[in-house]
Design a binder for this molecule. Structure first.
Ligand code: FDA
Length: 393
């Protein structure tokens, strides 16, 4: 005998739990099916264990999607303020780190606890360690064969996330189901991910692993000013993670190593004020000394400032502000925070997240082709899209 529910949600992550508790609060009977041994694993590991649960400045411009308008409706109807109200209702202390990013003061476990408490109060049933073997039906009637038996529902919500961090339970399951029901899946790619270097670039920087400093990284018309970290295999840090979502192999990626400065004016001033100082010393005052030293060994010849003529200073300034970073690739899904691409939004309703092909089938969260910047935007999309579907399933 199959057990029947109004709604089955596949995936007990951020989006799935938000959808489940919203639907449960409306009196719908809801089952969440999670194949991992516990729900919300990515929430637990997020934000260095403190979960950057939203960003107060969230807007559609903080997301990548083939259809940049798609996320607007859901984001407008469930805002960061709505999620903050929920967090405060549960007495969870939080703080703003920078740029509108809100983190728990104590632990990301509090966010998972909050979602589970809300689900319990709304009568949601959650089954962990439950793998879906087959989904059949469609148009308002779904049958799921799982390792815990057969379940049926009139609404089926796919909240199974993207491909990032397979060891946390990520799978391509949502994309397979989308295709099964006639949806296109746009090509996926690791996003918010460290970049790798090879060849000369790698050799010149490898032993500086751990060195970090502010840069402005630019690629394909997008720029992010924040820290860059040199790693054993390449570069990481917030500016690189952000720009990685805009970079494709072969694309030009430029770094401004003196963001906010006019390097040529600054170099001229240094030549005037410290004419006997070598370039490496001057650069070592504004960049990490080891990196400045390496720049002058590998890229520019260092000599006393007074010996540089105008043309040389202009060339150095250009290189400092448009330093070409030749990335060989990314670290891939193993370390990526998100997956770009996914279920094509053209065949989903932007107000309800329901399929336009098949009645009662919904896609929410990261499985959809909507990907946020670093800084709490991805969870806000998970909450907003989960809430939008939860209100109608
Ligand atoms: P999510 O991946 O959270 O959940 C999907 C669930 O479905 C998982 O529990 C998975 O096990 C389950 N599942 C998959 N296949 C299944 C199947 N076949 N059957 C049953 N269940 C299945 N974002 C942010 O805004 N702030 C932050 O601080 C961070 N930090 C961060 C750190 C790290 C290390 C990572 C990897 C990611 C982040 N993110 C983030 C991104 C954020 O975690 C991500 O965008 C959301 O978790 C997406 O929520 P979803 O619910 O869509 O997927």
């Amino acid at each position: 005998m199959a057990e029947s529910f109004d709604v089955i949600v596949i995936g007990g992550g951020a989006a799935g739990l938000m959808c489940a508790l919203t639907a449960g609060q409306r009196g719908r009977s809801v089952l969440v099916v999670e194949h991992a041994n516990r729900v919300g694993k990515k929430i637990l590991m997020s934000g260095g264990g403190r979960c950057n649960f939203t960003n107060t400045g969230t807007g559609p411009g903080n997301f990548l999607s083939a259809n940049p308008h798609y996320c607007k409706s859901a984001l407008a109807r469930y805002t960061p303020a709505d999620f903050i109200t929920l967090v405060e209702k549960h007495g969870i202390a939080y703080h703003e780190k920078e740029l509108g990013q809100l983190f728990c003061d104590e632990s990301s476990k509090q966010i998972v606890r909050m979602l589970l408490d809300e689900c319990a109060a709304a009568g949601v049933r959650i089954e962990t360690g439950c793998s879906v073997e087959r989904v059949a039906g469609g148009d308002g009637g779904y049958v799921l064969d799982t390792t815990l038996g057969r379940f049926t529902a009139s609404s089926l919500v796919i909240a199974s996330g993207g491909l990032s961090i397979p060891s946390m339970g990520a799978s391509g399951f949502g994309y397979q189901l989308a295709r099964q029901f006639g949806h296109d899946v746009l090509p996926t790619q690791a996003g918010l991910v460290p970049l790798t270097l090879s060849g000369t670039h790698s050799q010149r920087l490898q032993d500086l692993s751990g060195v970090s400093f502010p840069v402005e990284a630019s690629c394909n018309g997008q720029s992010f000013r924040n820290f860059m970290l040199i790693t054993h295999r390449g570069v990481s840090g917030p500016s690189i993670l952000q720009i990685s979502s805009y970079w494709r192999p072969g694309d030009e990626l430029l770094l401004d190593l003196l963001p906010g400065e006019d390097a040529q004016v600054w170099l001229r001033e240094q030549r005037q004020a410290r004419s006997a100082a070598e370039l490496r010393t001057v650069l070592g005052d504004v960049l990490p000394k080891r990196f400045a030293q390496r720049l002058c060994e590998a890229w520019f010849a260092s000599k006393p400032m007074r010996q540089y003529d105008e043309r040389e200073l202009r060339d150095i300034a250009t290189q400092l502000q448009q330093w070409p970073l030749v990335a060989s690739g990314t670290e891939g899904y193993r370390t990526a925070e998100v997956t770009l691409g996914g279920v094509d939004t053209r065949t989903l309703s932007s107000s309800t997240m329901e399929s336009r092909h098949v009645r009662g089938l919904y896609f929410i969260g990261e499985v959809v082709d909507v990907t946020g910047w670093l800084g709490g935007y991805n969870f806000q999309w998970a909450w907003a899209s989960g809430h939008a579907a939860g209100e109608v399933v």
